[in-house]
Structure formats: structure tokens, C-alpha cells
Design a protein around this ligand. Structure first.
Ligand code: SAM
Length: 355
């Protein structure tokens, strides 16, 4: 085996034994099996180096399953049979190398992006309150499939008994509050525009895109898959406008599409870390340029120290939790405040601001 093959084998073995171990028995078994198969490793080497990571190759195999193109692997996944899945994954990879390469080249790994609304809703509502706005236009930057733009259409319950959003929605989310302070009780005003900005957005109304999003979840996590399907179905009932491109280029167009009567609220959730610092500062400059003409707001949910200008509250960078930032422009100046912390992508939330 070549040195490259040994390196790939080690990455797959570690992925199986460490990353997938606690979450997906099937992916654990399959990743380790791929790491031990010369034929599978050879097939993986046909994929460009930056796309060889197990998250992409396992998602590509899952995509073939969901598309009905890998029946033996589908049956093994359905039966949760790790040994059969290992054998079928190797066979599929070897026999359908070209298809796997084509999917891997075209796609990026997508994080599970459901469930952010419990954090976003109170922060957007607070932005609207501070700006005295009766309507908002949402602009989600790094939107991926735009599920954050469902924020007013899902029901949210908090561990202290508070609730926000639509209690009759098919999508219900929850969050445990940390600390004594409640979230602001007021919901958000009417949403009159939903705009997603991404250099590679996922269109939930497009069959291939929607399948890829599902494929990025492991095959043995039915609850997460059901949650994702429900959020995608909700988004598809009134799909957002997706603007493709670099945020720094596209943001002015996004602002222009929010009616003058509404407050544009830009949201970023775990997106800015993908931008170099220089791009993050240019993003901030775009917000300030828009603020020269109208009141604008920005809600950020990013790792400590990632969102420029958002205070870190003295927390250590890379400490695992995230800071919820809120900025509402005043006479073209944008002053960001930290209004909360959250953990586990919003499953736990500490609200800090007076409201
Ligand atoms: C880690 S994902 C976050 C997705 C989602 N906001 C969430 O909460 O899971 C980052 C997203 O930002 C997008 N992205 C990265 N750099 C970008 C840029 N310069 N302009 C626009 N979108 C960008 C990526 O395509 C990706 O969809």
C-alpha cells in the first residue's frame, strides 16, 4: 500500500473509532472496514485529495442509497446490519467509483443545521424591539439550506416554560435555559422577506440538493433525519430567495431586496469561521455601509471571538460554546453587544441581556 493509502486508511480508522463511535454504529463499522480494504482505499484515492474525508465519502455512499442506486447497501442500512453494511459499502465504492467521485467533487459536507431557531428567535425579536420595527426582512448569511429562515414558523419551548413561535407548527424545537434570566417574552414581528446568502446554497425544493442534505446525516439516526425532513418540508412551503455568491459581494443586493418599511436583520450562525479575518471585516464594513442609509440589525451566533466586534465576555476562544451577538445600528454606527451564550448548537442557552 502506498504512503498516501496508509494515510487515508488511518484517517478512516480514526474516524470510525473516534468520531463516529458515539453517534453512528453503522458509520463506525463502515469506516473501519474501508480503512482495512485495499480495494476501497484505491477507490477513495480516485477522489481529489481535499474531498477524500470520510464525511464526504460516507455521505456520497448514503446519497446513492437514498437515490435507490445502491440496493444492497440500502438493505444493510435498513436492517442496521454492520457486517453487511461494511461488505456492501466496499462493493458499492469499488463498483461505482465514478459515481462516488462525481458526487464528492460536486458536493461539500453539510453540518446538521436544524434547531437553531431557539437561539435566533429571541435575539431577532429583541433587535426588532430595540429598533421599534413592526416588520423584519431576514437575511441569513452562510445559509446553506436556509433553515434558519423558518425561524418565525416553528414552535419553540424553553425549559422554564416560556414559548415562542408557532405552537401548531409541524416543527417544534426546544432549548434548556442556563441561569436564572428568562428570554424576552415578546415574539418577532411579521417577516416580510426571507433571503439566504451562500456561496453554495442548498435549494430544498431541488430533489438532488434535498437528498444530499439528508445524505450528510448518518443512516442510523432516524430522529435527526425526521427532524431534517420536517424542517425542509416547512422551508419548501415558502422557499427563501437564495442569493449565490461571496457574502461580501452579495450583501448589498440582499439589503436592497428588503422593503424599506422593514428592518433588515442579518443573521449568521456558525458561518463566519469559514471566512478569513479580512473577509469578516469586509462583511462588517458592508453592514456599516447599509447602516448609512437605514437602520439595520445583525444577530450572530458564532464561536467565542469569531464575530468581529462582538464582545467575548472574557471567555476563552475555542472553548466550545458560542456567543450570541446583537447589533442594531444607530446613526450608521453599529455597536455589537453580547446578549447570550449557547452550547450544543443552541440546545442550551443562557440569556444575558436586559430586555
Ligand atoms: C458551517 S456552514 C454553516 C451553515 C449554517 N449557517 C449553520 O448554522 O449550520 C457555513 C456556510 O457558509 C457558507 N460560506 C462560506 N464562506 C462563504 C462566503 N465567503 N460567502 C457566502 N457563504 C459562505 C458555506 O457554503 C456554508 O454553507
Amino acid at each position: 500500500m502506498s504512503a498516501i493509502g496508509r494515510g487515508v486508511a488511518e484517517v478512516y480508522r480514526r474516524f470510525g473509532e473516534v468520531d463516529a463511535a458515539g453517534t453512528s454504529p453503522l458509520h463506525k463499522r463502515v469506516a473501519v472496514a474501508l480503512s482495512e480494504s485495499d480495494a476501497a482505499l484505491q477507490a477513495i484515492e480516485a477522489v481529489p485529495a481535499r474531498k477524500r474525508h470520510p464525511t464526504i465519502i460516507l455521505a456520497a455512499l448514503h446519497d446513492l442509497v437514498l437515490a435507490g442506486r445502491a440496493p444492497a447497501l440500502a438493505a444493510a442500512y435498513e436492517a442496521a446490519d454492520g457486517d453487511a453494511a461494511a461488505r456492501a459499502a466496499i462493493d458499492t465504492l469499488v463498483q461505482m467509483t465514478e459515481s462516488v467521485v462525481a458526487i464528492a467533487v460536486r458536493r461539500r459536507a453539510r453540518p446538521n443545521e436544524t434547531g437553531r431557531c431557539a437561539v435566533l428567535h429571541p435575539a431577532i425579536a429583541e433587535a426588532a424591539r430595540r429598533a421599534g420595527a413592526n416588520a423584519v426582512g431576514l437575511i441569513d448569511v452562510g445559509c446553506s439550506a436556509g433553515l434558519n429562515l423558518n425561524v418565525d414558523r416553528v414552535g419553540i419551548t424553553y425549559s422554564n416554560g416560556q414559548s415562542l413561535g408557532d405552537p401548531s407548527s409541524a416543527v417544534q424545537q426546544s432549548s434548556s435555559l442556563v441561569g436564572e434570566r428568562p428570554i424576552p417574552a415578546r415574539g418577532m414581528p411579521e417577516v416580510v422577506a426571507r433571503i439566504g446568502v451562500d456561496r453554495d446554497p442548498i435549494d430544498v425544493t431541488n430533489e438532488d440538493d434535498a437528498r444530499w442534505l439528508r445524505a450528510c446525516l448518518p443512516p442510523d439516526q432516524p430522529e435527526r433525519a425526521a427532524r431534517l425532513r420536517a424542517e425542509m418540508a416547512l422551508a419548501a412551503t415558502d422557499p427563501p430567495l437564495l442569493l449565490r455568491g461571496d457574502v461580501v459581494e452579495v450583501l448589498p443586493d440582499a439589503f436592497a431586496r428588503v422593503p424599506a418599511s422593514a428592518l433588515p436583520v442579518v443573521t449568521t450562525t456558525w458561518a463566519l469561521s469559514q471566512l478569513a479575518l479580512e473577509s469578516r471585516l469586509r462583511f462588517l464594513r458592508r453592514l456599516e455601509e447599509a447602516a448609512a442609509h437605514r437602520v439595520v440589525a445583525w444577530v450572530s451566533v458564532e464561536g467565542v471571538g469569531v464575530a468581529p466586534e462582538v464582545p467575548t465576555l472574557g471567555d476563552r476562544r475555542a472553548s466550545g460554546h458560542s456567543i450570541i451577538g446583537l447589533a442594531v445600528s444607530e446613526e450608521s454606527a453599529l455597536c455589537a453587544e453580547a446578549v447570550g451564550r449557547c452550547w450544543s448548537r443552541g440546545r442550551f442557552l443562557a440569556w444575558l441581556a436586559d430586555s
